[in-house]
Design a binder for this molecule. Structure first.
Ligand code: ATP
Ligand code: TZE
Ligand code: MG
Length: 267
């Protein structure tokens, strides 16, 4: 992996100086994502009102924008925050939840893409549809294999000058030049709502901690989720016990374990 430092070193950097991450996320994910960030070692703040989102982005170390439960007022807040993050040179992450489902979402995502997110994180159906491809996504759930989204991800990364992360059974990350696959996690993860949305927020936290290596930071966040997911699955009876075990596993994961077990391969 062509990163300056390891995922474990990045996790340590984040915990030593917990970044303030402004998460504009959906109603379903707000609580889940805040707990995920706290368990991992970052400071979440769910601030979305148009009246303050831009001002807050000036204080936060990174911004994440997720269109899961969209309304016009929220779009104003998202755009104000993205513009403020850009002006302040802070990384921001776009999660285009089910953008293919309605014209309202498609337009919102097109406008957000024009504001140049630093990182785009989505499931395979979402990434395929960003290139105008025919995706089989059903609402917020992916029905396409990540492998099928890899070409689109590379194209999107080049077009947007962004890092693109596609998640699923095997994750894929590219900046248009380098690319890796990350294996791990658990089949229980897509059965717990908003874990992808929470991962988007964690990607923001890693990017805030390692702004000089956005590609490596994105890979580190995904590897952290993969290993914590494996640990949480041990002994989980189903999605319910997996959800709380996942928070505990994230919190217990140390840098050495992450580096020893992360399975990241260059493509
Ligand atoms: N079949 C699977 N096996 C292992 N890990 C998985 C699997 N499916 C998803 N994951 C992991 O689950 C996490 C969330 O990714 P996912 O692709 O489910 O996001 P999402 O579809 O945007 O989720 P949501 O919309 O519910 O927030 C990632 O860390 C991903 O690697
Ligand atoms: C279930 C759901 N509906 C809108 S956003 C969301 C969270 C998972 O993406
Ligand atoms: Mg999602």
């Amino acid at each position: 992996m062509q990163t300056r430092t390891t995922p474990g070193a990045m996790l340590t950097a984040m915990r030593e100086k917990p970044p303030l991450v402004q998460c504009i996320t959906n109603y379903v994910a707000m609580n889940v994502a805040a707990n995920v960030l706290l368990a991992a070692g970052a400071s979440p703040a769910m601030v979305h009102a148009a009246e303050e989102a831009g001002e807050f982005a000036g204080i936060a170390n990174a911004l994440t924008v997720n269109i899961g439960t969209l309304s016009p007022q929220w779009i104003d807040g998202m755009q104000a925050a993205a513009k403020a993050a850009n002006s302040a040179g802070k990384p921001w992450v776009l999660d285009p939840v089910a953008h293919y489902a309605t014209g309202f979402r498609r337009q919102a995502v097109a406008d957000l893409l024009a504001l140049k997110p630093t990182i785009i994180r989505g499931n395979a159906s979402e990434i395929i549809a960003l290139a105008g491809g025919e995706s089989r996504g059903q609402g917020v759930d992916s029905r396409d294999p990540v492998e099928q989204a890899e070409g689109t991800a590379r194209w999107l990364a080049e077009r947007q000058q962004a890092v693109v992360a596609v998640t699923g059974a095997v994750d894929f990350v590219t900046d248009g030049e380098q690319a890796v696959r990350i294996t791990g996690g658990s089949a229980l993860m897509p059965q717990v709502t908003a874990l992808g949305c929470s991962l988007t927020c964690l990607v923001g936290a890693f990017a805030a901690s390692v702004p000089e290596d956005i590609f490596g930071a994105t890979v580190a966040a995904l590897a952290t989720f993969a290993i914590a997911g494996e640990d949480a699955a041990l002994g989980a009876a189903g999605p319910g016990s997996f959800a709380w075990r996942f928070l505990d596993a994230l919190n217990a994961l140390d840098a050495e374990t992450l580096d020893a077990r992360a399975r990241i391969s260059a493509v």
